[in-house]
Design a protein around this ligand. Structure first.
Ligand code: NAD
Length: 296
C-alpha cells in the first residue's frame, strides 16, 4: 500500500492528516511536538523519530509548516527530505511561504529526480477539519495530476495555478485582497455607525449595492451583525490577525521582487501590524474593526 508521510501536525496539519486516515490511507507522521504525534498515532498513524526516518520508503510526502525558514530546514538541510527520499517521490508543501523559497526547493528537488509542488491552502482550520480546503498548486501538469489524487482526500477545490511557486503567488494575491477588503469593510461600517447608522441596516444596504464583498457577505467584522462569525464571539477562532500580517508581508516581498506597486496592500499591512502591536495578534483578523472604533 502506498505510504504517505505527513510532517507538521499543527492547527492545520493535524486535521488534514486525520482526513487521510479517515480515507484508510497508510500515513506516517512526524512533528517536533510529541503530543501532536500521539494524537495521530492514537488514530492509526505510524510515527518516526526524525524527518529522515519518516520519509523513508514514502511515495508521497506532505508538509504543513509555519513559515519559509521551517520549510528550508526540513527540506534542504543535511538529513532533510531531499537527502532522504527516493527519486520519483512526490513532495507536496502546503505551508504558506514565499514563492522564491518554493521555487528553490522545486529546482533542487528536480535536480535529484524528485517531484515537488507548492500547494498552499485556503479555508482555515474549519476547512481542514471538514476536508473542504481549497488547494492552490504550483508545479508541472504531471505533478499536479498526481498531487490532486492525494489532496482530494483533504480538500474540495484543487486549482493548478501554474509552474513551481505559482501556488504561493496566487495564495498571497488572494490574501492581500482579503486584507484590503477587510480593512475597507471595517472602515466603512465604522463610518456609518459613527454617523448614526445601525450596522446591520448598513450591511444589508451595502450587500445589495456596489460595496458588496466577501468580508461583508460572510464574515461581518462588526459584533452582533452576523451569527457564527468571530466578531460575535469576542474575535476568537477564525484566522489570526498575526497570520494575516505574515501573508501581507509575503505579498510585499513579492512586490519588491517584481517591482510591482501595491500601495493598498502596503497600507493594509501597516494597519494589521499596528493592530497586532496593540496585543491583538492572536485575535481573528476581523478584530481590525476595533482599531477604527473610538476608545470609550
Ligand atoms: P502551527 O504553528 O499550528 O503548526 C505548525 C506545526 O509544524 C507545529 O506542530 C510544529 O511543531 C511543526 N513544526 C515546526 N517545525 C518543524 C520541524 N522542523 N519538523 C517537524 N515539525 C515542525 O501552524 P498552522 O496554523 O497549522 O499553519 C501551518 C501553515 O498553514 C502556515 O504556513 C500558515 O500560514 C498556513 N495556513 C494557516 C491557516 C490557519 O488558519 N491556521 C490557514 C491557511 C494557511
Amino acid at each position: 500500500m502506498e505510504k504517505i508521510t505527513f510532517i507538521g501536525l499543527g492547527n492545520m496539519g493535524a486535521p488534514m492528516a486525520k482526513n487521510l486516515l479517515s480515507a484508510k490511507l497508510n500515513v506516517e507522521v512526524f512533528d517536533l511536538n510529541p503530543s501532536a504525534v500521539q494524537e495521530l498515532t492514537a488514530l492509526g498513524a505510524s510515527s518516526a523519530d526524525s524527518v529522515q526516518q519518516a520519509v523513508q520508503g514514502s511515495n508521497v510526502v506532505i508538509t504543513m509548516l509555519p513559515a519559509s525558514q521551517h520549510v528550508q530546514s526540513v527540506y534542504l538541510t543535511e538529513g532533510g527530505i531531499l537527502d532522504s527520499v527516493d527519486s520519483g517521490t512526490l513532495l507536496i508543501d502546503c505551508s504558506t511561504i514565499d514563492a522564491t523559497t518554493a521555487r528553490d526547493v522545486a529546482s533542487k528537488a528536480l535536480k535529484r529526480g524528485i517531484n515537488f509542488v507548492d500547494a498552499p491552502v485556503s479555508g482555515g482550520v474549519a476547512g481542514a477539519s471538514a476536508g473542504t480546503l481549497t488547494f492552490i498548486v504550483g508545479g508541472s501538469a504531471e505533478n499536479f495530476a498526481q498531487a490532486k489524487v492525494t489532496l482530494s482526500h483533504m480538500g474540495k477545490n484543487i486549482f493548478h495555478a501554474g509552474e513551481a511557486g505559482a501556488g504561493q503567488v496566487a495564495k498571497i494575491c488572494n490574501n492581500m485582497m482579503l486584507g484590503i477588503l477587510m480593512s475597507g469593510t471595517c472602515e466603512a461600517l465604522n463610518l456609518g455607525v459613527e454617523n448614526g447608522l445601525d450596522p446591520k441596516v448598513l450591511s444589508d444596504i451595502m450587500l445589495q449595492s456596489s460595496g458588496r464583498n466577501w468580508a461583508l457577505e460572510l464574515y461581518n467584522p462588526c459584533p452582533g451583525v452576523m451569527e457564527n462569525v468571530p466578531s460575535s464571539n469576542g474575535y476568537q477562532g477564525g484566522f489570526m490577525s498575526q497570520l494575516m500580517a505574515k501573508d501581507l508581508g509575503l505579498a510585499m516581498e513579492a512586490a519588491v521582487a517584481s517591482q510591482s506597486s501595491t500601495p493598498m496592500g502596503s497600507l493594509a499591512r501597516n494597519l494589521f501590524n499596528f493592530h497586532n502591536g496593540q496585543g491583538n495578534g492572536q485575535k481573528d483578523f476581523s478584530s481590525l474593526f476595533e482599531f477604527y472604533q473610538k476608545q470609550q
